[in-house]
Design a protein around this ligand. Structure first.
Ligand SMILES: [Zn+2]
Length: 567
């Protein structure tokens, strides 16, 4: 492949619209171009990477016995009414009308379509289990597309669906899929974590996310050396069970805390650690007022709060409501003396307090030495705070570490959610009907391109792992006007191609400086430079990721380079 006649438009400046490295580098290295918000073209180098990743995914799917199919992009809207998913998708479902005013959706995933196939064509237990997959463009009307192909409105995904007679059979396929996903990401040369996850709008019983580690990734996870990992949104704050707060035998005392409304001010003034103070947060949940107690050094996780009230609307009380409910101003609320109708909930960590410092529901006053159970009643303990680095692993008790990453895969045990809703059943040995037990398994192909760049880049550009690089080798003649250099470069390119090594020849009439910078930017694993030393019969082979340079005789260039590429 010759650069001068290829569509590889690189540029030097950082595009203003790009917030994360992969977006920046994909634009600068000429991998993608934007058509409109959240919609991209993959140019030749970018598309080569897509095809490499697709190839690995396809091999691993086939290896565990999945069958490849191709389902339509255009879905009649009625199938979403039948599955009951129209509401849960909301505005993210792309809708359009045909010439006869019938409404269609552009497929976001294919649970409905595949469930209809199973309903019509897998009627007997004898045909089960089966797993079908496809690699196809999906559509999602992201409210705020960003980060390039990471949050795009149109993206390439591998999705697989499995059908089973029993939960055990589903579990077997689920584990096989987990193994296949591990191998895919490992073959792509990336480090990752497997994270217990929420099922979200897909629904179902068990689900795991595969997160490629990257500093700027939008998923934050806590993980342990024992292999445990969890999305921080779900992680429980868990600490060594040391008692908190001073031991207090007698009744609580009132302390004057003039103008001190924050934990930092109160703890500083009273010379105690912030964790000895307990924050009282007041909310309206449905039609009642509730008080939530959390340690002074923690933050409330609103996702957990909403989950605790199970669909009821939850909002902060405003200043006037707080004054009416507690009798005191904002910043001095506490659990002591609240009316019996105001239920007090507390985070699990509050169990560990001997005594606590809380607001007195009165201006400029706190209470010290307050005891739960004696001075007020806690209706219920729940996991309510954000977990953080240093919290303890629930599996082995070691401290968890925090990292960021990009979710590239997500596997779900769906159970019978779709088969029941869509009346998809098979007949068992006795001729009795049962709904199919299902699993579904997504893998973001275009997102994987971004994830690889996020994890593997340096200040000069992309550093592709060889397995998914657009090609393993770039041949770079430093001066295309020097006939000997130029002819050697052309000859070597032909020889490499003949040996099956895909090669990019930078035959552009540009300064060596620009060509070296571009080679670093596009990140091809090996660069063979043909320069001045050719007079002495030598060329130079550079390994992009280690920057290791070898001088090799031009006569051995093909053989030596191939050795490197193959190891
Ligand atoms: Zn652990």
């Amino acid at each position: 492949m010759r650069w001068s006649k290829s569509c590889i438009p690189t540029f030097k400046e950082n595009p203003a619209e790009a917030e994360i490295p992969s977006h920046r580098l994909m634009l600068r290295a000429g991998l993608i171009r934007k058509l409109t918000s959240g919609v991209y073209t993959f140019l030749p180098l970018g598309f080569k990477v897509i095809k490499k990743i697709e190839g690995i995914v396809r091999e691993e799917m086939d290896a565990i016995g999945c069958q490849e199919v191709l389902m339509p992009v255009l879905h009649p809207i009625e199938i979403y009414e039948e599955s009951g998913r129209l509401g849960s998708f909301g505005p993210e479902l792309f809708k359009l009308q045909d010439g006869r005013q019938r409404t269609f959706a552009l497929g976001p995933t294919h649970e409905e379509v595949i469930t209809m196939i199973a309903r019509d064509d897998m009627k007997s237990y004898r045909t089960l289990p089966q797993c079908l997959y496809q690699i196809l463009i999906k559509f999602r009307d992201e409210i705020r597309p960003r980060y390039g192909v990471v949050r795009a409105r149109e993206f390439i995904m591998k999705d697989a669906y499995s059908f089973h007679q029993s939960a055990e059979s589903l579990d077997e396929t689920y584990r096989a899929m987990e193994g296949a996903y591990r191998r895919i990401i490992e073959r792509c040369g990336l480090s990752y974590r497997i994270v217990e996850a929420d099922s979200g709008y897909i629904g179902g019983d068990e689900s795991h996310e595969f997160v490629v580690l990257a500093g700027s990734g939008e998923s934050t996870i806590l993980s342990c050396s024992c292999g445990y990992a969890v999305n921080i949104e779900r992680a429980a704050g868990r600490e060594l069970e040391t008692p908190r707060g001073a031991r207090s035998a007698g009744a609580f005392e009132r302390v004057h805390t003039p103008g001190m409304t924050t934990v930092e001010q109160v703890s500083g003034f009273l010379s105690v650690t912030p964790r000895e103070v307990v924050k009282t947060l007041l909310y309206r949940a449905g039609d009642r007022d509730v008080a939530i107690l959390i340690p002074g050094d923690r933050e409330l996780n609103d996702i957990k709060l909403v989950r605790m009230f199970d669909g009821e609307q939850v909002r902060f009380l405003d200043d006037g409501e707080i004054k009416r409910l507690t009798g005191g101003p904002v910043g001095f609320s506490g659990p002591v003396g609240l009316s019996a109708e105001t239920a007090v909930y507390a985070d699990n960590l509050v169990k560990g307090y001997d005594s606590m410092i809380v607001g007195a529901n009165e201006a400029d006053t706190h209470l010290r030495g307050v005891k739960a159970g004696r001075d007020f009643t806690i209706a219920k303990f729940e996991d309510l705070v954000w977990a953080r680095e240093g919290d303890l692993c629930p599996k082995c008790g070691a401290p968890l570490t925090k990292s960021n990453g990009l979710e590239v895969g997500h596997i779900f045990k769906l159970g019978t959610k779709y088969s029941r809703a869509m009346n998809a059943e098979f007949l068992d040995e006795a001729g009795k009907s049962h709904p199919f037990i299902m699993g579904c398994y997504g893998f973001g192909i275009s997102r994987m391109v971004a994830a690889a760049i996020e994890q593997l880049h340096d200040k000069d550009g992309i550093v592709w792992p060889q397995s998914i690089a657009p090609m393993p080798l770039i041949v770079l003649p430093v001066n295309s006007n020097d006939a000997e250099i130029r002819d050697t470069a052309y000859r070597l390119e032909e020889e490499f191609e003949r040996c099956g090594i895909e090669t990019l020849l930078d035959d552009r009439d540009l300064s060596p400086g620009i060509k070296f910078k571009d080679a670093d930017l596009v990140g091809i694993p090996y660069r063979l430079t043909i320069g001045k030393k050719l007079k002495d019969g030598m060329v130079e082979l550079l390994h992009r990721s280690s920057r290791r340079v070898e001088e090799i005789p031009v006569a051995e260039a093909v053989e030596r380079t191939m050795e490197r590429i193959k190891t």
